[in-house]
Design a protein around this ligand. Structure first.
Ligand code: DC
Length: 232
């Protein structure tokens, strides 16, 4: 049997609000690896289009315009900052409006290709923990450890609403739940790189687990893989 070339990376995929970024950050801190938030890259592209009043429904215009979006990742104290055409947009891209626009434009192949280049460049520089929707299936198919992290839509909506309220933002859990369901449907049904579990990914349903429990499970998997590698 031919051995696939493996790379030292943890790929964490899953639907919106499953806790991917919280978990990925904690795992990267424990391993001392760089955390790459790929949703932030799609969000930056979406913000770029919103700033230019380009409608996310106009595929041709969107596909042309994203070539002008210069997205650069910078890492300070292990934290990823996103610089869009010279401006740090790490906080502005967290808006729900930007997230929904990001999901809409992420169906376009030109947008996915532009982001994929950024993702693969980041992974070439050293071991990474990368989260998104298609990391284990398309972006880093040879990642050593793949996780599909999910939770029920209700639990995800409740967590997202609590997170927004803790930042002083007013929101209704029902509205968030509706957005999450719409986004799930779009992310799963798009033609290019839809959200799905990679065959060799480990499924973790975090509905009834604490952050700590999920992190410990992932770290155990990484250590198991790493010890196998050193035995070879
Ligand atoms: O994870 P997030 O909410 O920040 O992502 C915003 C949107 O970006 C998400 O709804 C779909 C898209 N996305 C994607 O298509 N592929 C990725 N690897 C990451 C995000």
């Amino acid at each position: 049997m031919t051995e696939k070339k493996r790379i030292r990376a943890v790929a964490i995929d899953g639907p919106a609000g499953a806790g991917k970024s919280t978990i990925a950050k904690a795992v990267s801190r424990a391993l001392g690896w760089v955390y790459v938030d790929t949703g932030a890259m799609f969000r930056s592209m979406a913000l770029f289009l919103l700033n230019r009043n380009i409608s996310e429904w106009e595929q041709a215009e969107v596909s042309r315009a994203v070539a002008d979006a210069n997205v650069v990742l910078s890492f300070a104290d292990g934290e990823q900052r996103i610089i869009l055409n010279g401006e740090d947009v790490s906080d502005r891209i967290r808006d729900e409006r930007v997230g929904n626009a990001a999901s809409r434009i992420s169906i376009y192949p030109e947008v996915r290709e532009a982001v994929m280049k950024l993702e693969q460049n980041a992974a070439e520089k050293g071991p990474v923990v990368m989260d998104g929707r298609d990391i284990g299936t398309v972006v880093l198919p040879f990642a050593d450890t793949k996780i599909f992290l999910t939770a029920s839509a209700e639990v995800r909506a409740k967590r997202r609403a609590e997170e927004l309220r803790s930042k002083g933002e007013h929101c209704e859990t029902e509205d968030i739940l509706r957005d999450i369901r719409e986004r799930d449907e779009r992310d799963r049904s798009r033609e290019t790189a839809p959200l799905r579990q990679a065959e060799d990914a480990v499924l973790i349903d975090s509905s009834e687990l604490t952050v700590d429990e999920v992190v410990r499970r992932i770290l155990a998997l990484v250590r198991e893989r790493e010890s196998k590698e050193t035995l070879r």
